[in-house]
Structures are given as C-alpha cells and as structure tokens.
Ligand binder design. Structure first.
Ligand code: CA
Length: 226
C-alpha cells in the first residue's frame, strides 16, 4: 500500500514515514497542499494522511480537492481538536480524524481499519481491486482461482475466502474472532478452532506453512516464505 504523507513539519513527517516504512507500508512525503494534489493526480497513492495546517492551502480545501479527484481513503491528522474541525473534515470526505500528538501504533491501526472499510469503494477499472499478488502467489476473487508459481491450487470456498481475507493486508495480524466474523456468517457462533483447521489445510495445499504465520495468542498473518 502506497501512502502519501502531507505534512509541513519535517520532523513529524520524517517520524511518520519511518514508522510506516517499518510497518511494511511504502510511504512518501510532500509538504504543501499543491504538491499533495499533484501527487494524487500523477501517482494515485492508495492512502492519504493529511495535516490540516499547511503553508499554502487549508487542509480542509486539500481534503475536498482530493475527494473530488479520487476515492482514495484520507485520514486527517491534525493538532486541531475542536469538534467543528473533525466534523468539517469528515463532511468534506475524510474517512477518519486523528489528533496530534498520536502514537504510531494507533495511526497504523486506524489506517488498517479504514483500508478494510473502504476496500469495496475502489473504483472500477482497477484490475488490482480483485486480484491479490504476493510473491509467487496470485489470488483472483472474480474467478476464485489461486495460482502459486504458475500452478493452480485448489481450495474449498471457505479456504479461498480466508486466504483472500488475509491477503487484503499482508503482514497484518488478524485475530481469530475477526477472521470468523469476516469469513463465516456474522451470526456463526462456532469455535475459533475452525479457523485453525482451515489455516492448516491451506498451508498444506500451498506446500509451505510459512505462508500463514501463527502469532501466538493473537491470530494469523499472511507472509511470503523465504
Ligand atoms: Ca502543519
């Protein structure tokens, strides 16, 4: 996921870019609203983190202009914590609002939550919206086919959905309960052992257990072996 950080304070920007990079995101940085709009137009980032206090434009105007160009998720990050600012930013099309100072863990958790929530909003004509590619693994939602190093891997319907769900955010840890809710019906009160059994089956079919890593006491994440 390519994240554009719009922030005129160089030290804040450097810290955020470094934190995002360490968390596995690709992050780039611009310091003005004008550059932000150029970048959104030219390189279509997957996500925008937007400071409101910018030297050339008000962040709320940047927010409105970005939203007019694209459905890219926006999180406003600002020292302004008045309710009116939050409401204004959200009404102008921001997906979330985070008040400075904030911790990287919270920022990353919010990015992931917004990315999951807005995933269905990805506009038509972007082939990657249905296709997840990772290492030699390709997961196509429309045809429900999984191909590993050129060879088709046959998964059951639930195995496919579980793998596709984890592949929405490779490297992110998903809790067993979270997986159950997303992959099985929301009113399904089964045991989380079901998740483990399906993970075991997928690992076997992919031929390497490292594709799905168990995080002790938490859940699972998708990784690339080697
Ligand atoms: Ca600022």
């Amino acid at each position: 996921m390519q994240i554009l950080v719009v922030e005129d304070d160089e030290s804040v920007a450097a810290g955020v870019v470094e934190g995002l990079t360490r968390a596995g995101f690709a992050a780039s940085h611009v310091a003005t609203g004008g550059h932000a709009l150029d970048t959104v137009r030219d390189s279509c980032p997957d996500f925008v983190l937007l400071d409101l206090g910018l030297p050339d434009m008000d962040g709320t105007d940047v927010c409105r202009a970005v939203r007019a160009l694209t459905a890219t998720p926006i999180i406003v990050v600002s020292a302004r914590d008045e309710e009116i600012d939050r409401v204004l930013a959200l009404e102008l099309g921001a997906d979330d609002y985070l008040v400075k100072p904030f911790g990287m863990r919270e920022l990353i958790a919010r990015i992931r939550a917004v990315a999951r929530r807005t995933d269905e909003r990805v506009p038509d004509g972007q082939p990657d919206a249905f296709n997840r590619n990772l290492g030699g693994l390709s997961i196509d939602q429309r045809s429900r086919r999984v191909v590993l190093d050129g060879v088709e891997v046959r998964l059951t319907a639930k195995e496919f959905e579980l793998l596709y769900y984890l592949a929405e955010d490779p490297g992110a840890v998903f809790q067993r309960r979270e997986i159950l809710r997303a992959v099985w019906d929301s009113d399904w009160y089964g045991t989380t052992k079901t998740v483990d059994a399906h993970v075991a089956a997928i690992r076997k079919k992919l031929g390497d257990p490292r594709w799905i890593e168990a995080v002790r006491g938490v859940g699972f994440r998708l990784g690339i072996p080697g």
